[in-house]
Design a binder for this molecule. Structure first.
Ligand SMILES: NC(=O)C1=CN([C@@H]2O[C@H](COP(=O)(O)OP(=O)(O)OC[C@H]3O[C@@H](n4cnc5c(N)ncnc54)[C@H](O)[C@@H]3O)[C@@H](O)[C@H]2O)C=CC1
Ligand SMILES: O=C(O)C(=O)CO
Length: 322
């Protein structure tokens, strides 16, 4: 019986189905990720791994698993925690979950934009503190969403889905992308511009690139300083795409009005982190894809692809096919 190690429990029936199909499914029982030593120990002898954020799937892990390891099925679309080259060299297939989580993540990005701009969390805290004494024309003013200009950085699946939501609010869409996207441009009446121009013109900037050496700290002090006065930054990509210290500085002394962050650096963000003391920073704990239906479908995708590899068929969502 082939063994599969799963680094956290998954919602829905997918793991039960994998067991019924004859696999020995070993699930890490805790809510937090396995510590490194435990991870290296538990992967030993596995033919397949289901990994996710916080699991460093590198050469050391692959070698600790052993030569029978055929597939790493990553329970996310982002693959920045997986060493794809190491997998390729060892003949290990890597799969992931593109597409299925696009709408859930775009929904959350838009929710963060609305919450940060219109001060939803700040307003809630204000009421909870018992400070709501009267209606006042100057209470908690924020920038308008409708008819604003939004800048989308990384115009792939989630970036375009976010832009579709922005169009529903009659926003003008600018995008920065390595390659032109003429079809999406036409459908969304979007304008491709250089990143610096986007930062100078957009009222709201939403980040949707993968984390790569090129996008690491893409939003550094210099770029944050180029943003429009009163702008709002939304990050549902990866925390390391933004320089956290520079972000705080841009909020306190620079042009930024507010930020909505689903991903942070560091991540998880400690409760005493200075970002959480800023009244106009809204943080969610990396829940972009956490729609109930989405997370079940992600579980189906990883288990179906994992079985495909172990049973000699082609997986549908391969990032590495040696
Ligand atoms: N917060 C969350 O829970 C989630 C976060 N994500 C993050 O969102 C990312 C994007 O996901 P998808 O849209 O599905 O990927 P995608 O591959 O469809 O889109 C990414 C786009 O970014 C572009 N890009 C890459 N480097 C760039 C650069 N330097 N400048 C401008 N554009 C650049 C790519 O060409 C591509 O068009 C994932 O890699 C992941 O890190 C994804 C899902 C959930
Ligand atoms: O899919 C991803 O990349 C995530 O961050 C979690 O769904």
């Amino acid at each position: 019986m082939e063994r599969v190690f799963v680094t956290r429990n998954l919602p829905g029936p997918a793991l039960g189905e994998l067991r019924r199909a004859g696999y020995q499914v070993d699930v890490w029982p805790e809510f937090t990720a396995p510590p490194r030593e435990a991870l290296l120990e538990r992967v030993r002898g596995a033919a397949g791994l289901i990994t996710m954020l916080e699991d460093r799937a590198d050469a050391e892990l692959m070698d600790a698993a052993g030569p029978q390891l055929k597939v790493i099925a990553q329970y996310s679309v982002g693959l920045d925690n997986v060493d794809l080259e190491a997998a390729r060299k060892r003949g290990i297939v890597v799969t992931h979950t593109p597409g299925v989580l696009t709408d859930a993540t775009a929904d959350l990005a838009f929710a963060l934009l609305a919450a940060a701009a219109r001060r939803v969390v700040e307003g809630h805290d204000y009421v909870r503190r018992g400070e709501w004494k009267t209606w006042h024309p100057e209470l908690l003013l924020g920038p308008e969403l409708h008819c604003a200009t939004v800048g989308v950085v990384g115009f792939g699946r989630i970036g375009q889905a976010f832009a579709r939501r922005a169009r529903g609010f009659e926003m003008k869409v600018l995008y920065a992308s390595r390659h032109p996207k003429p079809e999406a441009e036409a459908a969304l009446d979007a304008e491709r511009v250089e990143l610096d121009e986007l930062l100078a013109r957009a009222d709201f900037v939403s980040l949707h690139t993968p984390l790569t050496p090129e996008t690491h700290r893409l939003m550094n002090a210099e770029r944050l300083a180029r943003m429009k006065e009163g702008a709002v930054l939304v990050n549902t990509a990866r925390g390391k795409v933004v320089d956290t210290g520079a972000l705080l500085d841009a909020l306190e002394h620079g042009p930024l009005f507010a930020a909505g962050l689903d991903v942070t650096d560091p991540e998880p963000l400690p409760a005493d982190h200075p970002l959480l003391r800023h009244p106009r920073v809204v943080v969610t704990p990396h829940i972009g894809s956490a729609g109930m239906r989405t997370r079940r479908r992600m579980a189906e995708m990883v288990t179906h692809d994992l079985r495909a590899v172990l049973e000699g068929r082609a997986p549908k969502h391969a990032a590495v096919l040696p």
